[in-house]
Design a protein around this ligand. Structure first.
Ligand SMILES: [Zn+2]
Length: 431
C-alpha cells in the first residue's frame, strides 16, 4: 500500500470509528461501591465484615474485602450499618387498592390506581421483591407489575398470579352478594369446577402473562360464606393445576388452612402452602418429603384482632379467625422444629402496607433463630420463586437489591422493622 493510500485508509477508519462510536458505544456504565459495616450472607448463614460491594448498572459485580474501587465509582458509605439482600415477601396483595374488602364498590381502574402507593411503601419498607398471590379484580396485578417494570411507578419486583383459581363460592371467589347479581368477568375469572376447567383457567392466565398460579384448597378466614376448616378442590383438580402450570413453566402455591386441604396440595406437588394453619404432624412430614415450602403468615392475626376490636372486621370473619391464630403459631413452631422448608409471607394487605417487617419478630418468638427468619425472606424466598440465581443474596451476577438497617438484626430482630437504605436493581430508593 502506498503512503497516500495508507493515510486515506487511516482517515477513513477514523471516520468509521467516529460514526460507529456515535452509534455503537453504549453509555458509560454507572458504577457504585457500597462499603458495608456488617454484611449478612443468608446463603452461608454468616456475617461478613469489611466488605465492599461493587455494582455496575443494575448488577452486583464483586463482593469482598479487597475489591478495587474504580476511580469513577459513586461511593455509598454503609459502614455504620448492617447490610442485607433486599427482602422478599412471598404472600402479598398489592393490587387490591386502598381497601381490599371494597372490591365490589370500585371499578378496576380505580383499584389499580389506588394500588400505586401500596407498591411504593412496600419497596420503601425494604421488600425489593414480592410474590403477589392474587387480586380480587383479575389482572390488575399484571398492570401494576408492568408499570413498575417500565419505571412509570415505584415498587418492588413483582411476581404475580393474575387471579385466584378457586371453586365457585370458594375461598377465592367474590362472595357475599345476592345470587341474582351478575358479576363482571374479572370478579370470577379464576373460577373452575373440574380438572379440565382448572386447566382452562390456567391456560388463560399463562397467556395473560402471569408468573405463577394461586389455587385455594381450603376455605378462608376473610371470605364470606367460607369455612377455613373445609376442603376445596379435589386432589385430582389440584394435580391438574400443578401439571397444567408446569406446561408453561409456572409453579403453583396453594392457600390452605384445613388439615386435609394442606395435605392434598402437598401431594399434588405445589411449591408452597400458604397459611398452613391446621397442618398436623403428617402434613409437616409430607411437606419435608416433597420439599414443599410452608409460607405461614403468623403476624397478621395481630391486625385482624386489633381491627376487630375497633369494629372494622366483619363478624363472620372474626368467627372464622377464632383460635386459628394461636393454632397457626403453635404449628409454625412445630414445623420449624421439624426442619420443614419455611419462606416469609405476610398476607400483606391484611396488615397495613409497609409493615411486613413486623413478622420477623414473631417468627423468632415462635422458634426461628434471627438468621433463619432472614433466610426465609431472602435465600429461601428466592428459591421458592425459582430465581436464586437472580436475587436472595448479595453475590456477583445477581441484581443489586440491597438494604441496610442500623443495629444488628441478629441481636435484635426488630431492626428489620425500620429499613433505612433501599436499593433495587442498582437504583437507590431510600437513603
Ligand atoms: Zn392472601
Amino acid at each position: 500500500m502506498r503512503s497516500e493510500d495508507i493515510a486515506a485508509a487511516i482517515r477513513n477508519s477514523i471516520m468509521l470509528v467516529v460514526i460507529c462510536g456515535a452509534l455503537l458505544i453504549p453509555a458509560a456504565a454507572q458504577t457504585t461501591a457500597i462499603r458495608a459495616g456488617k454484611l449478612i450472607d443468608p446463603d452461608s448463614g454468616t456475617v461478613l465484615t469489611g466488605q465492599t460491594i461493587l455494582i455496575r448498572d443494575n448488577k452486583i459485580e464483586a463482593v469482598g474485602n479487597n475489591v478495587t474501587i474504580p476511580s469513577n465509582a459513586k461511593i455509598i458509605d454503609l459502614t455504620k450499618m448492617t447490610v442485607l439482600p433486599g427482602l422478599i415477601d412471598c404472600h402479598t396483595h398489592l393490587a387490591d387498592g386502598a381497601d381490599g374488602d371494597e372490591w365490589f364498590k370500585e371499578a378496576a381502574a380505580q383499584i389499580a390506581l389506588e394500588s400505586v402507593p401500596n407498591a411504593r411503601v412496600t419497596l420503601e419498607s425494604g421488600f425489593t421483591t414480592v410474590r403477589d398471590v392474587g387480586p380480587y379484580r383479575a389482572l390488575v396485578d399484571i398492570a401494576l407489575r408492568d408499570a413498575i417494570n417500565r419505571g412509570d411507578i415505584i415498587g418492588p419486583r413483582m411476581f404475580v398470579a393474575g387471579a385466584y383459581v378457586t371453586i365457585t363460592g370458594g375461598a377465592g371467589a367474590a362472595t357475599g352478594l345476592a345470587p341474582d347479581i351478575t358479576l363482571p368477568w374479572d370478579l370470577h375469572y379464576g373460577e373452575a369446577n373440574s380438572p379440565w376447567e382448572v386447566r382452562q383457567v390456567i391456560r388463560k392466565l399463562a397467556h395473560d402473562g402471569v408468573d405463577h398460579i394461586k389455587v385455594l384448597s381450603s376455605g378462608a378466614v376473610l371470605t364470606h360464606g367460607s369455612n377455613p376448616k373445609s376442603q376445596e378442590f379435589t386432589l385430582e383438580e389440584l394435580q391438574a393445576a400443578v401439571d397444567e402450570a408446569s406446561h408453561f413453566g409456572l409453579r403453583v402455591e396453594s392457600h390452605a388452612h384445613s388439615t386435609q386441604g394442606i395435605k392434598n396440595a402437598i401431594r399434588a406437588g405445589v411449591a408452597s402452602v400458604e397459611h398452613a394453619t391446621m397442618i398436623d404432624d403428617e402434613g409437616i412430614a409430607l411437606a419435608k418429603q416433597h420439599g414443599t415450602y410452608l409460607d405461614m403468615d403468623i403476624y397478621d392475626e395481630e391486625c385482624i384482632q386489633e381491627q376487630g376490636k375497633k369494629g372494622n372486621v366483619s363478624k363472620d370473619y372474626l368467627q372464622h379467625d377464632e383460635q386459628l391464630g394461636q393454632i397457626q403459631r403453635d404449628n409454625f413452631r412445630k414445623a420449624v422444629a421439624a426442619g420443614a422448608k419455611m419462606s416469609f409471607g405476610t398476607d400483606l394487605g391484611v396488615c397495613p402496607y409497609g409493615t411486613s417487617g413486623k413478622q420477623f419478630a414473631f417468627m423468632v418468638k415462635y422458634g426461628m433463630t434471627p438468621m433463619q427468619a432472614i433466610q426465609a425472606a431472602t435465600s429461601n424466598a428466592a428459591d421458592l420463586l425459582g430465581h436464586s440465581n437472580e436475587f436472595g443474596s448479595i453475590k456477583p451476577g445477581k441484581y443489586a437489591d440491597i438494604i441496610a438497617v442500623t443495629g444488628d438484626p441478629l441481636a435484635d430482630i426488630h431492626a428489620l422493622e425500620t429499613v433505612q437504605f433501599v436499593m433495587k436493581d442498582g437504583k437507590v430508593y431510600k437513603q
